[in-house]
Design a protein around this ligand. Structure first.
Ligand SMILES: Cc1ncc(COP(=O)(O)O)c(C=O)c1O
Length: 434
């Protein structure tokens, strides 16, 4: 309904309320008498029923509404649940110091930056954070993006032109796959953490520039990239290396500096990317490298230039979380103790935890239906975990993804293990060996 300047109706309701009158342009407004033809474009939407089929049988595990902070326990439907499905590995998303820093940034800088880093959206705290991140990673320079997804899109697509090839691990994160697709370079996928397959592919390539991209810690199975061997192979073929440390920052290496630091290979890995959305308790992404690479990205990474910058609260929360991570090594020690406790607990119940060496612990259950059944039993019993099915895993390797936080208490993990055992027994899903 349109309004005149003095706020009264302009008297043209009939255009919208179904008496068949035309709205003047012949196509919109009167849906009753002349529905717009359904475009074939929407056929896939109209026939998509996988989600609804799961909802019908109470096994839809996505978009669960959490009514509390992302912490070791959360509230869902008014019910307490033990959170074993969060990426807040250092347990800082609800830390009062981090929240205070975010509040103070809102007071000083407002709620957003209303523009991209390139034009009006660079604050002094963005630049400070870049200096802090570069120093932390042991790189000359860094640049921060609004999300980790955008960091990968920006860095990979900007670095790889038509004459270049990108070599990605088959189980690399979707943002790496998308970044590689967005660039003009040819993309090769090597078998997961299989250095001889990578070696073979690099050997077969006669492209000008070669970029190998791996996750530091793999997000679904919790295994660590075989960086020492990857570096050797990459050097042999004059390939550059980009490590996405989304899950490793704060977790691996001295003071949580990540996978390259963990293997003492910081100088061998030209580019390190990652996110602030996990251990760093915020939202944002980063890339660290030498000055010329970072300056190039500043002027060529489209996901940086054409998207609004990190909100002030997110920048300040990240800075505070980073400070805490550096100053409180006991947090990381507790994270690793909790990791060990949960993994050995699950293993002693007979579960297959794959190759996990980190706070991401998969329980491999096989087919997706079984996975959703187990997920539902755990959800109903008060344990929050994430089911992972194909294509995020190979077919018949569906898994329940557990993840641990530094702030979990031993009592919480013990309680979760008891619930898991009881639920699996009542479902008849205990492994044969147990
Ligand atoms: C390995 C990896 N890279 C990148 C990202 C994207 O990070 P963000 O959540 O900041 O977009 C994720 C997030 O799930 C991830 O797991």
């Amino acid at each position: 309904m349109s309004q005149t300047r003095n706020g009264t109706n302009s008297g043209n309701e009939s255009r919208f309320h179904g008496n068949g009158a035309s709205n003047g342009n012949g196509s919109h407004g009167d849906h009753g008498s002349s529905p717009i033809p359904r475009s074939p474009l929407f056929k896939k939407c109209d026939t998509f029923d996988k989600a609804e089929a799961l909802r019908r049988v109470g096994m839809y595990p996505y978009f669960r509404m959490i009514e509390s902070a992302q912490d070791t326990e959360v509230t869902i439907d008014g019910r307490r649940m033990i959170m074993l499905g969060s990426n807040s590995y250092m347990g800082l998303t609800n830390d009062p110091r981090v929240k205070e820093a975010a509040k103070a940034a809102v007071e000083r800088y407002g709620s957003g930056c209303a523009g991209s880093r390139f034009l009006n959206g660079t604050l002094d705290i963005h630049v400070q954070l870049e200096e802090e991140i570069a120093d932390y990673l042991g790189k000359e320079a860094a640049i921060v993006f609004t999300t980790g997804y955008q960091a990968n899109l920006g860095v990979i697509s900007a670095l790889t032109g038509r004459e270049d090839n990108v070599f990605i691990d088959r189980t690399d994160h979707a943002s790496i796959v998308d970044g590689a697709r967005l660039g003009f370079g040819r993309v090769h996928k090597f078998l997961h953490n299989d250095v001889s397959d990578l070696d073979r592919m690099l050997g077969n390539s006669n492209s000008r520039g070669k970029l190998v991209v791996v996750d530091g810690i793999y997000s679904m199975e919790g295994d660590i990239a075989n960086l020492p061997e990857i570096v050797k192979v990459a050097r042999r073929h004059e390939a550059a290396i980009l490590v996405d440390d989304a899950h490793a920052i704060g977790v691996l290496g001295n003071q949580g500096r990540g996978t390259a630091d963990h293997f003492n290979l910081t100088d061998e890995v030209e580019v390190i990317a990652g996110t602030f959305s996990k251990s760093l308790a915020s939202i944002g992404g980063y890339v660290g490298a030498d000055k010329s690479i970072i300056d190039f990205l500043r002027h060529h990474a489209r996901s940086l230039i054409f998207s609004a910058s990190m909100a002030p609260a997110c920048v300040a929360a990240t800075q505070k979380a980073l400070q805490i991570i550096k100053e409180e090594p006991e947090r990381r020690e507790k994270l690793w103790a909790n990791t060990e406790f949960l993994r050995t607990g699950l293993q002693s119940l007979g579960f297959d935890t794959g190759e996990s060496e980190t706070p991401i612990i998969p329980v491999v259950v096989g087919d997706s239906e079984r996975c959703f059944l187990i997920w539902r039993a755990l959800h109903e019993a008060g344990v929050f975990v994430n089911p992972v099915v194909a294509p995020a895993t190979p077919a018949n390797r569906a898994l329940i993804r557990f993840s641990v936080m530094a702030t979990h208490t031993t009592e919480q993990i013990t309680e979760a293990l008891e619930i898991i055992e009881k639920s699996m027994k009542s479902l008849g899903a205990m492994p044969a060996t147990a």
